[in-house]
Design a protein around this ligand. Structure first.
Ligand SMILES: Cc1ncc(COP(=O)(O)O)c(C=O)c1O
Length: 434
């Protein structure tokens, strides 16, 4: 009997009836002889396409996006194809997801006196972009999606609240419809942070183009990559103009102003977050592979979900749109932190890496955030709420609890059938015994 069929044939009832296989951590034979760990998605797909794009830039001697020895095209073409893939009218290529967030915050004219609600569990960049704009970050608890809990948003809204960061973490869209409805009711703007969900969709549409403005990261750990890189999308020409200006010292170049028809704004202050043609070239090759990468990882994740869902007590992380999530990880509730820790240790001994939810941080418990450690006159903390706000573990108990008791496996588009079967076999062996 094929190994896959054998694993599938072990029903939950048979598992329960059969004597439990001795766990590798207790001296039993591990499921795998060698460790299984996920790789970096996009860079595993590098081939002659990326090489040809890079060669083009070298041959043209035009590494700068706006001009050069020959008219540069890579970043512009990447922006065009990225916008089409994300079903957005405009896309802007930038140097990182962090830079993209700063552009989005600038585009929405978020500044001193404003408050922005973000999830307590997300990446540093979200908090930093708000602080760097002089605004006040207000952290909301997460729910069992690991994303912002819509039920926790409204109590945090004040007259100073300007925007909500709807972050879609680890390939899993947040309850976006509910966030959008709250934003509409209170006249707030929505930044969709899709850094970890490039290629995911929600209600049949790619994440990023349903809020006011969306951002993506194209750094090594993301779906597609040039090592570093980021993008901003929007359907609003004014937001696009502000984002484009902010990424380029405040100016608005013809290739972008032609897209919005005209320049509506005067020069203002901005950074330099311009993407190089080398990055644009690699990302052009990568965006054309996004569907292939996403389909592969989704197929692997689906097999794992299907292979373990019958286990008694199995409760998966909540997926607001199961068809749209990336399948970057299959996570389940282990009910207590102690059991989650046991499960992870036992899986490691089976040579199948399992992990706690990762790739983000519980922001309010970071020492520099608790200490509000910026310049003493920094505007973020000058308002009455800014002075009063207290970060710390007591501000996000639910977030700490959820993240402590979940565990799971990260997926990879290049996992073979055998790898996926090993993951299923290891979970089926370890989950009932921990
Ligand atoms: C949720 C989230 N937002 C923003 C970023 C920033 O992206 P970058 O690393 O490209 O600056 C990241 C990076 O991991 C992220 O996870």
């Amino acid at each position: 009997m094929q190994r896959r069929k054998f694993v599938a044939a072990l029903t939950a009832a048979e598992l329960a009836a059969a004597p439990a296989a001795k766990l590798a951590k207790d001296g039993g034979t591990p499921v795998r002889a060698t460790p299984l760990r996920p790789g970096y998605w996009g860079s595993q797909f590098y081939d002659e396409k990326e090489r040809a794009e890079l060669q083009d830039v070298l041959d043209a001697q035009s590494p700068f996006r706006w001009y050069g020895a020959k008219p540069p095209q890579k970043v512009l073409q990447f922006e065009k194809e990225f916008a089409a893939r994300m079903q957005a009218q405009f896309a802007l290529g930038v140097t990182s997801g962090t830079a993209a967030l700063q552009c989005a915050v600038a585009a929405l004219e978020i500044g001193p006196g404003d408050e922005v609600i973000l999830p307590a569990w997300t990446w540093h960049s979200c908090f930093n972009a708000i602080i760097l704009a002089g605004a006040l970050p207000v952290c909301a608890e997460i729910d069992d999606t690991f994303n912002i809990d819509p039920d926790g948003i409204e109590p945090l809204i004040t007259p100073q609240t300007k925007a909500i960061m709807a972050v879609h973490l680890q390939g899993n869209p947040c309850h976006l419809d509910r966030v959008l409805a709250i934003a509409k009711k209170h006249k707030l703007r929505v930044i969709e942070d899709c850094a970890q969900s490039v290629g995911a969709s929600y209600n049949g549409r790619p994440v990023g183009s349903q809020g006011d403005i969306g951002i993506y990261s194209l750094q090594l750990n993301k779906s597609i990559t040039a090592g570093e890189g980021g993008a901003v999308v929007t359907n609003d020409p004014l937001l696009f103009e502000r984002a484009s200006r902010f990424h380029d010292l405040g100016g608005y170049r013809a290739p972008h102003s032609q897209q919005t028809g005209e320049a509506r704004l005067p020069w203002f202050f901005g950074a330099n977050f311009r993407m190089s043609e080398f990055t644009g070239g690699v990302l052009l090759a990568q965006i054309r592979k996004l569907d292939k990468i996403v389909n592969a990882v989704r197929a692997n994740a689906k097999q794992v979900y299907d292979g373990i869902r019958d286990l008694p007590g199995m409760r998966f992380r909540q997926l607001p749109d199961p068809a749209g999530e990336l399948g970057a990880g299959v996570f389940f509730d282990l009910q207590t932190k102690a059991r989650a820790d046991n499960f992870l240790a036992a899986m490691k001994a089976e040579n199948v890496a399992a992990s706690k939810p990762g790739g983000s941080v519980i922001l309010p418990i970071l020492p520099h955030i608790m200490a509000k450690a910026v310049h003493p006159d920094w505007p973020s903390y000058q308002s009455a709420r800014g002075k009063a706000i207290k970060y710390g573990p007591e501000s996000c108990p639910k977030t700490i609890d959820i993240l402590g008791r979940y565990g799971g496996v990260l997926m990879d588009p290049k996992y073979t059938r055998r790898d996926v079967d090993d993951i299923i076999a290891a979970i089926r062996k370890v989950f009932p015994q921990t």
